[in-house]
Ligand binder design. Sequence first.
Ligand code: SAM
Length: 299
Amino acid sequence: MLYLIGLGLSYKSDITVRGLEAIKHCSRVYLEHYTSILMAASQEELEEYYGKPVLLADRELMESGSADILKDADKEDVAFLVVGDPFGATTHTDLVLRAKRAGIPVEIVHNASVMNAVGSCGLQLYNFGQTVSMVFFTDSWRPDSWYDKIWENRKIGLHTLVLLDIKVKEQSIENMARGRLIYEPPRYMSIAQCCEQLLEIESDRGTKAYTPQTPAVAISRLGSATQTFKVGTIEELAEYDSGEPLHSLIILGRQCHELELEYLLEFTDNKEKFKQDVISDQEYFKPAAWVPPTEDDSD
Ligand SMILES: C[S@@+](CC[C@H](N)C(=O)[O-])C[C@H]1O[C@@H](n2cnc3c(N)ncnc32)[C@H](O)[C@@H]1O
């Protein structure tokens, strides 16, 4: 059996009882180690907690060697651990399909994901549109296909969850070109960098999917002891020191419900200003007021 087990958001003990019991009878345990990190537990701490070795599965292993992970999984139990939920903002469908093709039964053990835990900032999950990912820009690569998705979400009033790039085990272009297996230190995008990139692309495109004054919510270290929420305009959050990773950002949609706004006001010292920012931003997308037809119109 191949078990895909969600670890939850932060602590080693966030794993579910069913997940922990499955690990106990697995002969190999892999930890997916390139789309997210378990903020409050190291590999060693997990090994001690589970009482067995934990093998790190980086992008290379997943792309080139998922056969290693599936080896003998038709005869013994193998666990593949994913921070958050195995299907929350990461697609491990490829591994599941490969397992099924090889006749290996698969069991999924779900857990909390950033995709649902963001609701703890007070915004309602059913008011969210498409989620987008913001990658680190380089001198020659500044992808912005996310811009159109934010635009679509905002047109119909919905909030946008922006997930921020992390680079856990990357080679520099030079090391890659020379075939040297030397890796750069891990990098995690901050809220400020994400907001700067948002502002750069808005200024290039100029079609006002959002403006520097659009309200947003910075979410840091969700589910950990130092979880923090901060609200402000995109321009203000471009100056915000968000501290240790992990971070996500929500760009507010036009339909910000009264209760949602009341909850968000807890995350600013300047409540009146934020309220005004939300009202002004909503005005921009408001449809024209309905005017009842006159007798002349009906002729
Ligand atoms: C590709 S997603 C993986 C999601 C994960 N499988 C899950 O279900 O939560 C990773 C990104 O989600 C966001 N994220 C994940 N956990 C987070 C947390 N605890 N607090 C804030 N952002 C988080 C970060 O932007 C991070 O780079």
